[in-house]
Design a protein around this ligand. Structure first.
Ligand SMILES: Cc1ncc(COP(=O)(O)O)c(C=O)c1O
Length: 394
């Protein structure tokens, strides 16, 4: 298919929600995408943290095909063995008690908001809290929590009684959180916001205030979860006392799947019919998710930790050579951010010219979310190309 033709057809049918990259993909294999014009691209972005097992993963594809041959959908009126298997694995890997499946991150956030509302129904705990720099999704509830202006400004009015407090300001927590606080939604390692980690003091203060006021803590692990940071969830490394954690992106390995998991405290909030989703926990997506969990159990989580250490070591060496161009290298496991002292678009373009796909978030942070199967050689390949590009940037 001719690229120019695709560009004009795409432009004539779609609302302008997605700014395309100007390439068309034929197929994927491992950590590589192959374009229609025959280029081989190293994908350091992994379908925005989704393709955790890369492309063309044989066991995942076989599991998907086996489920397709049985049935591709049955309603949630039926017991679904693949859903159960996946939920059991999530429980085992997280230590949480109950799971609800949706189809996406934003829907999972909505489920968590509803759970909070029901939990505190009839009380004066109504305020929802999130933090500056956060991204929690684009449906109206989730968007109300999303603090980043560019996503929310055009869509007012949003939910009332939502506070966006300063990320990492323990002082602001102290003054703004009170007995009316129902829930705090937090990405311990912010993704869209620029790969920003919460500080230990901030998390300690949040836990302390939860003890005092009894609100719910919901950890948004949509980008950082499913083993990416070297533990199943990032929030455990931060010591956050979460009651709910929220998943999507990687759990389906590429098929649409989201979930929330709750601790014992919130395990019995929902009763039959109060919340649901026609497609939530689709059996094909669940079959794919089971393979993701199996691979995590088989050592992928520790690989991510080791891969992340290598990546950051290499990047910090480059930073030392170009301290005026690279402000900071941040992240955990295979979720990394390189803060530049100038806008990052040019770096993205130059890397693309070298057949490497990265993303720039928050204007000047090069964001890396590669598939978990990335090898040391591929990490070094990226770092060499990145150094070359940085050395040439004026
Ligand atoms: C931390 C976080 N929360 C929520 C979302 C929304 O997920 P989705 O795009 O699947 O609705 C995203 C997506 O980028 C995210 O990174």
């Amino acid at each position: 298919m001719d690229l120019d033709q695709l560009v004009s057809r795409d432009d004539s049918v779609f609302f302008r929600t997605y700014k395309r990259l100007g390439i068309a993909i034929e197929r994927g294999e491992g950590c590589y995408l192959y374009t229609t014009s025959g280029e081989k691209i190293l994908d350091m972005f992994g379908g925005l943290a989704v393709n955790v097992l890369g492309y063309g993963h044989k066991r995942m594809n076989d599991a998907i095909k086996a489920q397709v041959d049985k049935y591709i959908h049955i309603s949630n009126f039926f017991y679904q063995p693949k859903q159960i298997e996946l939920a059991e694995k999530i429980k085992k890997l997280s230590g949480f008690s109950k799971v609800f499946f949706s189809n996406s991150g934003t829907e999972s956030i909505e489920a968590a908001i509803k759970l909070v509302r029901k939990f505190f129904l009839g009380t004066d705990k109504t305020t929802l809290v999130s933090f500056t720099g956060s991204f929690h999704g684009r449906t109206m509830g989730a968007l109300s929590l999303t603090a980043r202006k560019k996503y929310r400004e055009q869509f007012q009015p949003l939910l009332p009684d939502v506070l966006h407090l300063e990320f990492n300001s323990a002082a602001e927590l102290e003054t703004k959180i009170n007995k009316r606080t129902a829930a705090v939604f937090i990405e311990c390692l912010q993704g869209e916001g620029g790969i920003n980690p919460a500080t230990p003091e901030f998390i300690a203060k949040l836990n302390e205030l939860k003890n005092k006021f009894g609100f719910i803590i919901a950890a948004d692990e949509i980008q950082s979860g499913v083993g990416r940071t070297g533990t199943f969830n990032a929030f455990t490394q931060f010591g956050l006392d979460a009651d709910i954690f929220i998943m999507a992106k990687g759990i389906g390995g590429g098929l649409p799947l989201g979930a929330i998991a709750g601790s014992d405290r919130v395990a019995d909030v929902f009763t039959y019919g109060e919340h649901g989703s026609t497609f939530g926990g689709n059996p094909v997506a669940a079959a794919s998710g089971v393979v993701v969990m199996e691979e995590l159990e088989n050592g992928l989580i520790s690989n991510n930790k080791a891969g992340g250490e290598l990546l950051r070591r290499e990047l910090n060496t480059i930073k030392q050579k170009y301290p005026q161009k690279i402000k900071e290298v941040r992240g955990m496991g295979l979720m990394a951010g390189i803060e530049l002292s100038f806008p990052g678009d040019g770096v993205v373009t130059q890397l693309m010219k070298r057949n490497i796909l990265v993303n720039c978030t928050n204007d000047n942070v090069i964001r890396l979310l590669p598939p978990f199967i990335i090898s040391s050689d591929e990490i070094k390949l990226f770092c060499n190309a990145f150094e070359e590009v940085i050395s040439e940037m004026q």
